[in-house]
Design a protein around this ligand. Sequence first.
Ligand code: GDP
Length: 295
Amino acid sequence: MFSSLSEKLQDVFKKLRGKGKLTEKDIKEAMKEVKLALLEADVNYKVVKDFINTVTQKAVGEEVLESLTPAQQVIKIVYDEMVNLLGGSDTKLTFSPSGFSIYMMVGLQGSGKTTTAGKLAGLLKKQGKNPSLVACDIYRPAAIKQLEVVAQKVGVKCYADYTSQDAVKIAKDGIEFAKSNRSDVVIIDTAGRLHINQELMDELKNIKNAVKPTEILLVVDAMTGQDAVNVAEAFNDQLGIDGIIMTKLDGDTRGGAALSVKAITGKPIKFAGVGEKMEDLEVFHPDRMASRILG
Ligand code: GDP
């Protein structure tokens, strides 16, 4: 587990006395290495600073446990704090008490939104739900077709209207369609843009107000690193999101974006996309992510 950081910390503590209690000096030296590891993992600078401060406060004066070396003790504090930050209590998808849940997928074009809508439908179907998909991208007929294809792959119904230019009406009609199919879950795939703009946000707000989703799920691409943070902040400020799905974690990114988006928006990461296939969606595991970020 994060062997390179562990080795570096062993080295740091070799130079220090590091017996008994962890001193401020011990921690300061160790935190330089932790900071580097986090920056290498592409964690946002402000998030790194806050994280280091929190960990330092927790670590100074700690007794070194009998069973651990000082380096292992610091690693444990860093790891536990990161799991704590990445996780929290609300990482599970919330279902509506009414028995009919509506999820609205939002995100930039190319983030993996449409693929993830299909994956989520597949996952919920496996859990015994009866999901329907709704195609609300009125700008790209190819995106509507793509949603129909993924719906077929996972074996769920999909509502599409190639003629309408009214995303709100499509969303409402899609919900009626789902109800008539006895669905208990509706997943609405919305339009994305290459960049955030007001027109997109206004359209999403209109859909939100019209359908009152159980959750708005933001899809972000882990490979976009620091940009993912700006995207998450903008969507959360303007629209209000309930959770994040981070895609493309099968790539070679260390995944620092996960820590950054969670720390900056305060919104939980609920699922991780780990490939292009429909089954490549996992419930998010804060512990695995922490190990990966620490390298
Ligand atoms: P949208 O424009 O946001 O709807 O994005 P798409 O769903 O069309 O996905 C864009 C590209 O990313 C497609 O080639 C997907 O196959 C790919 N993709 C989506 N999720 C993942 C993932 O978790 N891992 C990988 N490797 N590719 C993904």
